[in-house]
Design a protein. Structure first.
Length: 269
C-alpha cells in the first residue's frame, strides 16, 4: 500500500465533496477494548482540558450501568485522573433521552467517554436524540469524545453491531466520517468481518483497533497509542485487491490521505 504520512500536503486529485480536507472537528479517541494503559486514559483527560476537563461518562453499553455502586466506582476511577468534574449520563429509555433536560449536562462538557459492553444498547437509545446532537456540538467547540470496545464501535455511522465473520450492521454516531470501526481486532480475528463490510462499502476505510490500543484523531492527524496495532483496511475493488496497512504504536498518518486512497481505488489507476 502506498500511503502518505504527511500532513497538509497539496492534494494531487480533487477530493470528492464528502471528504473534508480539514478532517474532523475536536478530538476522538478510539480504543479497541481490553485493559488500557493509564497513559492512554490520561491522554484523553488532557485532550478534554486536563485539570479543567469536565467529563461526562456514558456507561449505557454495560449491563451493569443500572447499578448505582458500579457507577460510583466508575466515577471515582475517573476522578483519580484529576479532571475538574466527572458526571454520568445514562438511561434505558428513548423517551428520557429525547428530553432536552436529560442531555443538558453535555452542553458544558469538554469530554465524553463511552464505555464498553454492547454498542446497540447505546445507539438504540441515543441515536437521533438531543444526546447525539450535543455530541456533535461538543466536537464543534473543540472537545474530545472517546470510548473503548463498544464505545469505539459507536463512533462510525456505519456501525458493526454484532456477528462474525458476517457482520450485522446498525447505525452509529457520525463522529469519524468515511470509516467503519471494529475493535478487539487481532485478539478476536475480526479482519474477515471488517473486510466483508467494506466489500459493500468500498468507498470507506476500515479501522481495526486491537485490544490495549487506541487511535487518537485530531483534525486530519491519526496517532496510535498502546501495546498493539491499528489495522487500516481497504476493500477489494474492480482495480485493486483488498489490502491492510498495520500501524504500530507511535505511528502517525494522515486521515485525508487514507480517505483519498479509498476513493482513488474505486477508479482506474
Amino acid at each position: 500500500i502506498s500511503v502518505s504520512y504527511g500532513f497538509g500536503e497539496d492534494t494531487p486529485r480533487q477530493l470528492p465533496r464528502y471528504i473534508d480536507p480539514q478532517g474532523i472537528q475536536g478530538a476522538l479517541m478510539i480504543a479497541g477494548g481490553g485493559e488500557l494503559e493509564e497513559n492512554i486514559l490520561q491522554r484523553f483527560v488532557k485532550l478534554a482540558g486536563g485539570n479543567e476537563a469536565r467529563i461526562v461518562l456514558i456507561p449505557t453499553a454495560s449491563h451493569r450501568a443500572d447499578d448505582a455502586e458500579y457507577l460510583a466506582t466508575l466515577s471515582q476511577r475517573w476522578q483519580t485522573r484529576n479532571p475538574a468534574s466527572v458526571a454520568v449520563l445514562h438511561t434505558r429509555s428513548r423517551d428520557t433521552a429525547n428530553r432536552e433536560s436529560f442531555s443538558a449536562m453535555l452542553q458544558n462538557a469538554t469530554g465524553v467517554w463511552i464505555g464498553g459492553g454492547s454498542q446497540t444498547r447505546v445507539t438504540d437509545i441515543y441515536v437521533d436524540t438531543p444526546v447525539e446532537r450535543e455530541l456533535y456540538a461538543l466536537l464543534a467547540r473543540g472537545g474530545a469524545i472517546g470510548g473503548s470496545s463498544a464505545g469505539a464501535a459507536v463512533q462510525s455511522r456505519l456501525m458493526i453491531a454484532r456477528g462474525s465473520p458476517v457482520a450485522e450492521i446498525a447505525t452509529g454516531f457520525a463522529l469519524l466520517p468515511g470509516s467503519v470501526i471494529d475493535q478487539h481486532f487481532l485478539a478476536r480475528k475480526r479482519r474477515p468481518r471488517l473486510l466483508s463490510v467494506l466489500d459493500k462499502h468500498p468507498q470507506m476505510i476500515g479501522l481495526g483497533v486491537d485490544e490495549g490500543t487506541a487511535l487518537v484523531v485530531i483534525n486530519r492527524r491519526m496517532e496510535v497509542m498502546g501495546r498493539s496495532t491499528v489495522s487500516v483496511c481497504f476493500a477489494k475493488t474492480q482495480y485493486h485487491k483488498a489490502s491492510t496497512l498495520e500501524l504500530k504504536p507511535k505511528t502517525m498518518v494522515d486521515l485525508i490521505a487514507l480517505r483519498r486512497q479509498a476513493y482513488d481505488r474505486l477508479h482506474p489507476p
